[in-house]
Design a protein around this ligand. Structure first.
Ligand code: C2E
Ligand code: CA
Ligand code: CA
Ligand code: CA
Length: 276
């Protein structure tokens, strides 16, 4: 029995070691990915429901790893947050997205950038955002920052102050992944967001689960009362689009219209067909 026990413990340790080693290797790669120029931004159109034109595009980060190929953000952003690397990476994203939109896109098209909670809580976030605007020449109103509701939970007073400062710069702020966290509808009254992005989990089950459309309708009604715009994420089918349009949703984003595409492809799309 004793050798069995030690055998099990040994196997367990070997697995732990392998996982640790993989993490350490990824961490080492991530440390130099920024200076090695391995990050790229893809862009996904956000379509205005009534007019069917592209009102904005969301910047989505990709890591072109020399051996692993294109690594999706879910696989490295949590690690980058733990390491603190998300701060310089996030600043690069912001600067790159602003520069692209200012230089290559029609003047009425917004660019949306995801801000990690770690970035949002940095003391110099206002300087970072205003620096990116100044250096790119992008009009502040064309930049939208997407933040998840989790940032409101930790230090609400600080979060509220930062939100106000961002809005004073003239940028728009949206609440991302709405409905997935712990915050309730009452958060929307307390925090001055310009837009609510309804999480794709609610959109996925539209037409399958009866309560989804009720939730979507309630969020849209509340958003409208509070003067907030509404984007539905992860719209993949015509049926979902029709239901959202009937419910009064203003913008949609999803594979039904476009997958995230390279910067060059996004520019071509915006210049040729900003009307869908
Ligand atoms: P998110 O902000 O909720 O972004 C939307 C995600 O849904 C994207 O995944 C997008 O490709 C995907 N998506 C869009 N339409 C559809 C659809 O119709 N169906 C389905 N199934 N999925 C759809 P992606 O690009 O893999 O990004 C995942 C997450 O990584 C993002 O979720 C965001 O939280 C984070 N992320 C991406 N870029 C950045 C960044 O620059 N900074 C930070 N802090 N986070 C980022
Ligand atoms: Ca987002
Ligand atoms: Ca989202
Ligand atoms: Ca998400």
């Amino acid at each position: 029995a004793k050798s069995d026990e030690s055998g099990v413990a040994h196997l367990y340790n070997a697995e732990m070691d392998a996982a640790m080693q993989a993490r350490n290797a990824l961490e080492m790669d991530l440390r130099q990915a920024l200076s090695a120029g391995q990050f790229e931004l893809f862009y996904q159109p956000q379509v205005e429901v009534r007019a069917r034109w592209i009102a904005g595009c969301e910047a989505l980060l990709r890591w072109r790893h020399p051996e692993k190929g294109l690594v999706p953000p879910d696989q490295f952003i949590p690690l980058a947050e733990d390491m603190g690397m998300i701060v310089p990476i996030g600043e690069w994203v912001l600067r790159q997205a602003c520069a692209t939109a200012a230089a290559d896109w029609p003047e009425n098209v917004r660019v949306a950038v995801n801000l990690s909670a770690v970035q949002f809580r940095c003391h110099d976030i206002i300087d970072v955002v205003s620096g990116a605007l100044r250096d790119s020449g992008l009009e502040a109103g064309r930049l939208e920052l997407e933040i998840t509701e989790t940032v409101m939970l930790q230090d609400a007073a600080m979060a509220l102050a930062t939100l106000h400062q961002l809005r004073e710069l003239g940028v728009q702020v949206s609440m991302d992944d709405f409905g997935t966290g712990y915050s309730s509808l009452s958060y929307l009254r307390r925090f001055p967001f310009d837009r609510i992005k309804i999480d794709q989990s609610f959109i996925r089950d539209l037409g399958k689960q009866d309560d989804c459309i009720s939730i979507v309708r309630a969020v849209i009604a509340l958003g409208r009362d509070l003067g907030m715009a509404i984007t539905a994420e992860g719209v993949e089918t015509r049926q979902q689009l029709d239901m959202l349009e009937n419910a009064g949703c203003t913008e949609v984003q999803g594979y039904l219209f476009n997958r995230p595409v390279s910067a060059a492809a996004a520019t071509a799309l915006l210049q040729s067909a900003s009307i869908i």
